[in-house]
Design a protein. Structure first.
Length: 436
């Protein structure tokens, strides 16, 4: 088993053709392009996908390898996951050769093998460079080809950076130099995810509501902060992809993700000083200003230096815990405190603010004036929800979301009663039985 640290970029054809010239400026070793194939396997009820696993057979010339990737973490375009690789004499699946512990308890491996069938394939040319940068070695992998099923196909152009040895900061600095040449954007959508979409007939990707945060049991405040911002970044990148694929309504979801990041910085601002994130927040503000109006060319925006550098800067900030250099031991101890306790306090403040904001509103236009404040506070609740039973959070949010919807739809005659109902909601966060 190996743990990979890598950054993945979606590239334009022009960027792909320029890559070799860009890398020529660095000390490197080059490996000529090879023809690669991958066939992915799945059951008819998507059992592997439900386990968050990916199983494939890779082919390079006459050499074959079975690969199982298990659940991991994705932060921006940074991917970390456990991977198992088994050499095969022929391109025939044999999952009994994988370690038994990779499967969930009591899995019948023989029965699972019988249910697995080819789902989709990728065919591409892979060219690699081993680059010396800073004090580190970074492998640059360029993939050009297509993802295919029996009926549909989609081109792929990907550039992957993998840290072979050295420091995380070096791969981030190197990535910053690469994106400065243009035509690259961070991508969290894997080849397997594309293949699964094509295998379903390539239906339009749907908009997703902003998710309730999922925090680890007994998470610290710092862990909660990282999870909150990672959730917002994932929301941003998913809807950027939806937007690029032709749904203009996804712009609102990208804006929502940026607003969630604004709220996260506000929520944790008492523990992380503003100077620790000033440059990053300036980038986010500039991007929000760009998105304040309908965007005519989403392709240009998504591959722009402003968008890509902001995502990379946020990924770097989170991965390297860059705020720590700005805080003292006392603040660090607070960050190491209970995220549940922190959330209890912050949710109480949010509830008090919403009660004060909507208790004595007399005119319909006042509700509309307060709509942005309501939206931001509800996003903050989503970010703080990770240590509570989801059903309790959903019940509390429902009347506030009804009020938000009625304001947006100009259903003015319902606003006062909806606000009154929302304000009367009991506080789920003070009830220890609601905590997970």
């Amino acid at each position: 088993m190996t743990i990979e640290i890598e950054l993945k970029f979606i590239a334009t054809p022009d960027a792909v053709s320029q890559l070799a010239q860009t890398l020529a400026d660095f000390p490197h070793q080059h490996q000529a392009a090879q023809a690669l194939s991958n066939t992915y396997f799945e059951t008819d009820d998507n059992q592997l996908r439900r386990w968050d696993m990916g199983l494939s057979i890779r082919g390079v010339d006459s050499h074959y390898e079975m690969t199982l990737k298990t659940a991991g973490k994705t932060l921006g375009g940074l991917h970390q996951h456990a991977e198992y690789n088994i050499d095969l004499p022929e391109p025939e699946l044999d999952i009994a050769r994988l370690p038994a512990e990779v499967w969930p308890h009591r899995t019948d491996v023989a029965a699972l093998q019988a249910r697995l069938q080819p789902l989709f394939s990728t065919h591409f040319q892979r060219e690699t460079w081993l680059v010396q940068t800073g004090g580190s070695e970074v492998e640059v992998v360029l993939d050009r080809g297509a993802v295919t099923t029996e009926t549909v196909s989609e081109d792929l152009f990907e550039v992957k950076l993998e840290l072979k040895s050295g420091q995380h900061s070096d791969i981030m600095s190197f990535a910053q130099q690469l994106i400065g040449t243009g035509g690259l954007r961070l991508g969290s959508l894997s080849k397997a995810a594309r293949g699964h979409q094509l295998a379903q007939g390539n239906p339009p990707r749907l908009l997703r509501p902003f998710p309730l945060l999922k925090a680890a049991p007994k998470a610290t405040v710092e862990e909660g902060m990282v999870t909150a911002m990672s959730s917002a970044l994932s929301h941003w990148q998913y809807h950027e992809e939806v937007w690029l694929r032709g749904n203009p309504d996804a712009q609102r979801s990208v804006v929502e993700a940026l607003e969630a990041l604004r709220q996260a910085f506000s929520l944790f601002g008492a523990l992380v000083p503003r100077k620790a994130s000033s440059e990053l927040r300036q980038k986010l503000t500039a991007l929000e200003e760009t998105l304040a109006e309908p965007v005519k060319d989403v392709q240009a925006l998504s591959f722009s230096a402003l968008s890509v550098e902001t995502q990379l800067a946020l990924t770097h900030w989170l991965m390297e815990f860059q705020w720590r250099r700005w805080i003292d031991a006392r603040s660090l101890a607070k960050l190491d405190g209970s995220f549940k306790h922190f959330s209890d306090i912050m949710l109480s403040r949010i509830a008090a603010d919403l009660k004060e904001t909507f208790s004595d509103v007399q005119q319909a236009n006042e509700y509309h004036d307060k709509a942005t404040r309501l939206s931001r506070q509800l996003l903050a609740v989503h970010l703080l929800a990770g240590t509570y039973a989801p059903e309790a959070v959903v019940v509390w949010l429902a009347p506030w979301q009804d009020l938000q919807h009625s304001i947006a739809q100009n259903q003015d005659r319902w606003l006062k009663s909806l606000a009154s109902q929302a304000i009367r909601q009991p506080a789920f966060w003070l009830n220890s039985s609601a905590a997970r």
